[in-house]
Design a protein around this ligand. Sequence first.
Ligand SMILES: Nc1ncnc2c1ncn2[C@@H]1O[C@H](COP(=O)(O)OP(=O)(O)OP(=O)(O)O)[C@@H](O)[C@H]1O
Ligand SMILES: [Mg+2]
Length: 421
Amino acid sequence: MTVFLLILLVVVFGAWILQRRSFLLQLRSAERIIEEVAAGKKPATVALRRHRDFAGVAWRVEHLSEEHELLKQKFAEKTFNLDAILSSMIEGVLVVSKTHEIRVVNQSFCKMFNVPADALGQTVLRAVREAAVDEIIGETLDRGEVVAREISIATMQGEPRHYSVNSVPVKNPAGVTTDAVVVFHDISRLRQLEEVRREFVANVSHELRTPLSIFHGYLENLMENPKMPRTDIAAILKILSKHSRRLNALLEDLLTLARLESRRDRIDLAELPLRPMVETIAQEWRQKFATKNLSVTINVPDSVKLRADAFRLEQVLGNLLDNAIKFSRDGGTISMRAESQSDAVIVRVEDNGIGIPPADLPHIFERFYRVEKARSREAGGTGLGLSIVKHIVGLHGGNVRAESTFGTGTAIVLEFPATKD
Ligand SMILES: Nc1ncnc2c1ncn2[C@@H]1O[C@H](COP(=O)(O)OP(=O)(O)OP(=O)(O)O)[C@@H](O)[C@H]1O
Ligand SMILES: [Mg+2]
């Protein structure tokens, strides 16, 4: 009996030991599995599932691991989206903490302000070195208000850059401002265009003012002196007629520019042999050449062809001949030449007139630019001719340049793309 009890005790104890060992083993593998989940690995729960006591644990761990994986994916997506959005933005973006430290910065901002990409954690003032920027951010952080302002930043190149800055507070649920999100939009091009437009309007007004004040003066003179001798009246009318022609020429040029710039007025390209056109123009302009006893030479081979809008091309050549005559001395020579090269057709209109000083040469294609304002205006010029030429040649896919020696003569060189046979 005692032996039997003893055997029973050993068997029960043995079974308990075995079960406990298995339990401890399972517990250890459960610990390992949890470590794997924490390290972001997919847990091997198969062995654990087999154990009666651990099947539930295995199931929960698997579930936890899946949730963990999902969260990781979501977080990665969010971070990717934010990074992708920020780095693809043209605007500069900055997120700044209450202590003025940079928390987020995108590439555009770094480029705008020449800030290194590792500026995170630095104060705005240290990284950007622009008090105006720090001031705007300070206002947002202190008052919790949106601040919108335009700033100009000096650059090494000399031309300042202009930015529109919008600084928005970020508040916590208690309504306390914790950060500022600041967006910088480069508006330098807009400012430049405004400047060009302002200059253009000022130039046009100036050009209109001279003939109009002359009109006004002479008309008053005529009205106050009704008994003026006929010869004086004739002289006044001659002056008025000259100025009305100037006004007309100015308006024509302005209209041409406006039409060329509006996309509605497309150019009509067709393949043209150049020689007949040049010869016809030279014929039509004979009388004008004669006023200064100018001789004209034409050297355009029959083979030279252009893809061009005939009307606009005539306008180009007309403007160049007009200049060549205006700025030639009596008895001078004007030459029109052309040649076909492998990828371009070159057309040159040359004179041996007064030439252009080197300092003025880079500007003569600008609107209203004249080397000698008074002299050119006296000759009826408004300084729009060459800008029209440049525009038209540009519409043909070509370019134009001037070669000139002051006192010796000028060549305007047109370069058109070669026609494809
Ligand atoms: N062949 C040339 N020789 C010397 N100077 C020239 C010549 N062509 C142009 N220029 C200079 O360039 C300036 C600009 O030329 P552009 O044709 O644009 O104006 P313009 O002839 O004065 O006026 P517009 O053409 O409107 O009648 C001229 O005023 C002149 O000073
Ligand atoms: Mg001209």
